[in-house]
Every structure is written in structure tokens, then in C-alpha cells.
Design a protein around this ligand. Structure first.
Ligand code: MG
Length: 313
């Protein structure tokens, strides 16, 4: 592995965690509210307002998105492979510890009595029960790590992502949006190259043609045109994909891209996990401001997991 590749993988890990920990500061706020609470924009952990929702986390602490990212990491470290049952076991153990937040889809699937034996059957059942409508962002928020594992083999990246996304999220939009994220991350790490809009549309179209609209939405110059805080759409996997792709297409550097996404409100921690991991892989760890790295509450844990993951690679 080259020094540049190592820096990009480190950037991906930190970008994920930083986006999550800073994004919680505007999570579930409308853009109007974000402007009121953070008139000079939310840019650092110490600004995060201490309302009853945000008080559940300590300043600089990441949320369920990165917890589940680390569940994937742990399952890979233990089995030296990507295995749906090993991940299901990690996710189940995490859910048993009563985390502060857990998405409705993840909760429903993990609570199913057969989850550990047959996670796919449970995920499919929950999706069928929703009238095949449920397409939440709970898979895309955690899967970016799969862009780094076996990053040199794109077919493997696709099958690994599919395996892990489907443990809880059966909808093709959830699988497809996770795969777009991991593929563009893998390409950044492997070749330091970006995927074109056409390439991305082609991938999305294979999973669900409703993805095309949200991929094209990300080409808008102004991030406000994405309406990331729109009621009823918040939490949708394709909106999270749009946020990540917007950063991928438009951000000039890690910090400005991440700050733009976070200050739009909506499901900001998740949107920022995706944007952060992509930007980390694009611009590298060395481009991330020190205060955002050092302010992470559980930096030591992240560093340990990253080092173990690197050794395995
Ligand atoms: Mg979260």
C-alpha cells in the first residue's frame, strides 16, 4: 500500500467519525433553525447546543452511524472477511447495550427472533411489511468502510457492500446507494480517480431507476437546492446519497464540504458521515483540521480500530 492510500483510508475513518460527531449538532434541525442556533455556521464541536436531544451525547462523541461502522470493522477483524452473520452478531451485541439512538429499520430487524440465524430473511420481512417502501439511510450511514476493505477489487467491494447493507436494509435503493458510496471511495483509494456522473447514474440505474433523480440532484451548485431538511424526506437513503455526492462533486476541500452539508440541517449526522468519509478518501487525513481530529471524544478507540484494520489490509 502506498503512503497516499494509507492517508486516504485514515481520512475515510476520521471523516466518518468527525461528520457524525459534528453533524449531531444540527441533526433534525431545519435550515432556518440551524441559522438561528449557529448564525456564524456550525464549524466546531464546542458550539454544539445542549438541548435535550443533543445532551444525550458528550461533546465530540459520535452516534449510531459510526458505532455501526465499527461493528463492521470488528466483524472484519475477527473473521478476516466480510461475513453477514459475523456482522449481524456484532450489530446484535451493540443493540443489546441500549445505544442512545437506533434507527427504526435496524431496531425492527435486530429485534426479530430469527435475526442471528437468518438476518436476510428478517430484513426482507421487515421491508415487505413496509409495503416495500422503507428505504432509510441506516445502511449507507455505516458502509463506507467497505470502500477501503479490498479496495483494489471493485467486484469484491460491490459484493461486500451488498452483503452488509442487506443485513438490515433490503430495499434496492439502500443497497444501490451504499454501493455507489463504497465504489467511489474504493476508486479514490485505489487509483486516486473519481467516477463521472454518467458512471454513477449507470450504477444507480442497475438497482432502482428512482436513484437517477437523486444522483442528478447532487450536481446542483447550491447545496440548498437539495433541501436536506425537507420534512418527510429526512432519513431517506437517496437524500443521504445526494448529500454525499454533492460533497464529492463540489467540495474544494474536506472542511468546507463537510461544513456545508452539516449546516443544511436534516439528518445531518448521517449526511455528514457519508460526505465526511468520501471527502476523507478524496483529500486525505492530512487535509483534515487538527481541532476536528483532536476534539473527537473517542479518538483513541478509532485510532486503535484503524491501526488493526490497516494491519489486516
Ligand atoms: Mg446518528
Amino acid at each position: 500500500m502506498t503512503t497516499l492510500q494509507k492517508d486516504k483510508i485514515k481520512g475515510l475513518f476520521y471523516g466518518q467519525a468527525i461528520g457524525d460527531a459534528l453533524g449531531v449538532g444540527s441533526e433534525f434541525l431545519s435550515k432556518k433553525q440551524v441559522n438561528v442556533f449557529y448564525p456564524n455556521k456550525l464549524t466546531t464541536y464546542s458550539q454544539i447546543i445542549r438541548d435535550s436531544f443533543r445532551k444525550q451525547w458528550k461533546i465530540g462523541e459520535w452516534t449510531d452511524d459510526t458505532d455501526q461502522f465499527l461493528c463492521i470493522c470488528d466483524s472484519i477483524l475477527k473473521t478476516k472477511s466480510v461475513d453477514e452473520h459475523a456482522f449481524a452478531k456484532e450489530l446484535y451485541a451493540w443493540a443489546q447495550e441500549s445505544p442512545v439512538d437506533i434507527g427504526i429499520t435496524v431496531y425492527s430487524v435486530v429485534s426479530h427472533p430469527n435475526f442471528l440465524e437468518n438476518p436476510y430473511k428478517c430484513a426482507k420481512e421487515v421491508w415487505e411489511d413496509s409495503g416495500r417502501e422503507a428505504a432509510a439511510n441506516g445502511a449507507i450511514m455505516r458502509t463506507s468502510i467497505l470502500g477501503a476493505y479490498e479496495f483494489w477489487d471493485y467486484e469484491k467491494v460491490i459484493s461486500n457492500t451488498k452483503k452488509i447493507a442487506k443485513v438490515t436494509h433490503w430495499d434496492p435503493r439502500c443497497v444501490g446507494s451504499s454501493i455507489i458510496t463504497t465504489l467511489l471511495i474504493a476508486k479514490l483509494i485505489n487509483e486516486n480517480k473519481t467516477l463521472s456522473l454518467r458512471d454513477i447514474i449507470e450504477i444507480g440505474d442497475k438497482y432502482d431507476n428512482r436513484m437517477i433523480y437523486y444522483i442528478e440532484l447532487a450536481t446542483q451548485n447550491k447545496i440548498s437546492n437539495l433541501y436536506l431538511d425537507e420534512e418527510g424526506v429526512i432519513g431517506y437513503t437517496l437524500l443521504a446519497l445526494s448529500a454525499g455526492l454533492w460533497a464529492y462533486f463540489h467540495a474544494k476541500d474536506f472542511e468546507s464540504g463537510l461544513i456545508s452539508v452539516i449546516n443544511e440541517g436534516g439528518d445531518a449526522d448521517t449526511n455528514a458521515c457519508i460526505a465526511g468519509s468520501i471527502l476523507g478518501a478524496k483529500f486525505g487525513y492530512n487535509s483534515i483540521p487538527t481541532h476536528l481530529i483532536d476534539g473527537l471524544k473517542n479518538k483513541k478507540l478509532l485510532e486503535k480500530k484503524l491501526n488493526d484494520f490497516m494491519k489486516l489490509l
